[in-house]
Design a protein around this ligand. Sequence first.
Ligand SMILES: [Zn+2]
Length: 333
Amino acid sequence: MINKWIRIVGSFLSIACLSGLFLLSCCSKTRVSSNLFNQWMQSSDKIKVLSTVAMIDDIVRQIGQEKVLHMSLISGQIDPHSYEMVKGDDEKLRMATIVFYNGLGLEHGASLSNHLLNHKNAIALGDVVARLVPKEIIYIDRTVDPHIWMDISLWSLIIDPIVQEFSRLDPESAEFYKNNGKNLLEAMQRMDKKIYHAMHEIPSSQRYLVTSHDAFNYFTRAYLANPDEEYWQSRVNAPEGLAPDGQLSSSDIQYIVNFLLEKHIRTVFPESSVNRDALNKIIHDCQKKGLKVHMASSSLYSDSMGGKDSGASNYLDMMWYNTSTILSEWEKN
Ligand SMILES: [Zn+2]
């Protein structure tokens, strides 16, 4: 883990040199409160930041604090992979001083993707991370895995590009943004270590994870694998691919059933933004083979964060919520 953070910190030094960040845009079908939306539309003296997903919006909030107006385009338990623009999104996009999105193929709904690519002031933060630490990016069957927020050390790399942009737009407050970014980085480093140690309370032979879709590869590599483990991918599996689409064959189901049998896994984890049908079918098929597998009592948060009283309403709480949920299910077994 030390080596990982050395690589990450090293990349911070080069971030300041980045320019020409990718363009993008936004839209919205969000459930942003009318109050916030009115503030956004009426204010002219604050930086208006539109982020596609809540995981970015929360980092923006912590760096910009009271000096920025921030909104997430895709909020609630909505799948960002296939999100298409709805009425009102154009307006938010047009009003935004700056738009942040994940990129790496996450926001691939055609209407949103087109707007992001043609927006004058949009930055694909995941693409920035990929340029800084290309070897850390995971590919599944030659397709890039966009879920980089699942490894806190990687997600911390979006801090500096955001600080840089805010400082460029509001130079008088540059020190403010820099200090907030520094404090946030320290909090992220603490949580990164905490999650690693919590997950390693589970014996290596039982440290496996089955979820709804392929959102936990980065999490598995960072927190479930042993140091420098070559075959860490054998610790994680999901019936649906990098983007959940509900198109599953019986062989997809059987593949996961066999994985559960082979690794003696008793629990599968639903995700808050993904349909549970595939996992229910897997459990049913396992029962027919005499294998007792159950659905975890709480959903994991993968592509979205929780609501106000969920315990997962900000990024670091969400990461700890997932960790606690996995740990408590293991303790039950
Ligand atoms: Zn996903």
